[in-house]
Write a protein that binds this ligand. Structure first.
Ligand code: AMP
Ligand code: FE
Ligand code: FE
Ligand code: ZN
Length: 283
């Protein structure tokens, strides 16, 4: 069994890359993909740990993308993170996040929530800082009753302290993954939140025109009916099928590593097909 969607302390997961790989091993996974938000900083360490532990580490990233409905997430697998165009664009996203964090903390202070950057950094495990770390800092200071309460009251999109982050548009994000030799997959289509299957299909057709390779049909939060629906769409479009839990550790305590579909991981064949696709890009 495998799990192709997991976060580390490089973004908003609570396990270091090494801890993630060890957990994958003790969970009995053959392979785990490291897919941090807008960064590949955890991949190198995970790959080293994977060699030591005998777990296959799939290098990846989860890029936030702007589209008519708001934001969707694009997984990029087997991207060459030494690719200069790729690195430059990712660096740009990091710089924007840095500025955004400063603005959000200023808004917090203006709202009477005394949280310092040091306190937020402390929650981040040294990686990229985002809203989940601010939520944990707010919780620690007693301003909210839970991480979810912090989002519901202050941090969720449209709430008073939320500041949008810079996002790539779909064409650029897909091209960027391809330029770096990677495979581009739409993450958790459930969260694209199209009211009808027809509208989702129309969006997927548009993304296919931009070069989209695959769809994350198996996902810890997809119902059985949704999984069947996305598998049918993937078949219709000829998309590669992938699957993952979206493990974040303590930030999402009810999402365990390796629990993706019907209580277990994804079949190994999914990885074989993903690799075959990456091989067509020379990876
Ligand atoms: P950021 O990258 O800083 O915008 O933070 C995005 C992360 O915040 C997502 O990956 C989720 O883990 C979390 N998140 C976003 N919106 C919500 C929400 N409404 N409730 C709980 N968690 C959320
Ligand atoms: Fe996250
Ligand atoms: Fe996501
Ligand atoms: Zn994710």
């Amino acid at each position: 069994m495998i799990d192709l969607h997991a976060h580390t302390t490089a973004s908003d997961g609570s396990c270091t890359p090494t801890e993630l790989v060890r957990l994958a091993k003790s969970t009995g996974l053959r392979a785990v993909a490291v897919t941090d938000h807008d960064t590949v900083d955890g991949v190198h360490e995970a790959a080293g740990a994977g060699e030591a532990e005998g777990v296959e580490v799939v290098p990846g990233i989860e890029i936030s993308v702007d589209y008519p409905q708001g934001e969707f997430h694009l997984l990029g697998y087997y991207v060459d993170f030494r690719n200069e165009a790729f690195r430059a664009r990712i660096r740009y996203l990091q710089e924007n996040r840095f500025n955004r964090n400063e603005v959000m903390l200023r808004k917090m202070r203006e709202a009477g929530l005394e949280v310092s950057m040091e306190e937020v950094v402390e929650e981040s495990g040294g990686g990229q800082i985002g809203r989940p770390h601010m939520a944990r800092a707010l919780l620690k200071k007693g301003y909210v009753s839970s991480v979810q309460d912090a989002f519901d009251r202050y941090l969720a999109d449209g709430k008073p302290l939320h500041v949008p982050k810079v996002k790539l548009d779909p064409a650029e994000a897909i091209d960027l993954v391809h330029q770096a030799g990677g495979v581009a997959v739409v993450a958790h289509p459930k969260y694209m939140e199209y009211p009808t299957e027809q509208e989702l299909a129309a969006e997927l057709a548009r993304l296919q025109g931009l070069g989209l390779d695959g769809l994350e049909c198996y996902y810890s939060q997809h119902t059985e009916a949704e999984t069947a629906q996305y598998l049918a769409l993937a078949r219709q479009f000829g998309f590669l099928v992938t699957g993952g839990s979206d493990f974040h550790g303590v930030s999402k305590p009810d999402v365990p590593l390796g629990v993706v579909y019907r209580g277990t991981g994804v079949e190994d064949e999914v990885l074989d097909r993903l690799k075959a696709q990456a091989a067509t890009r020379g990876r």
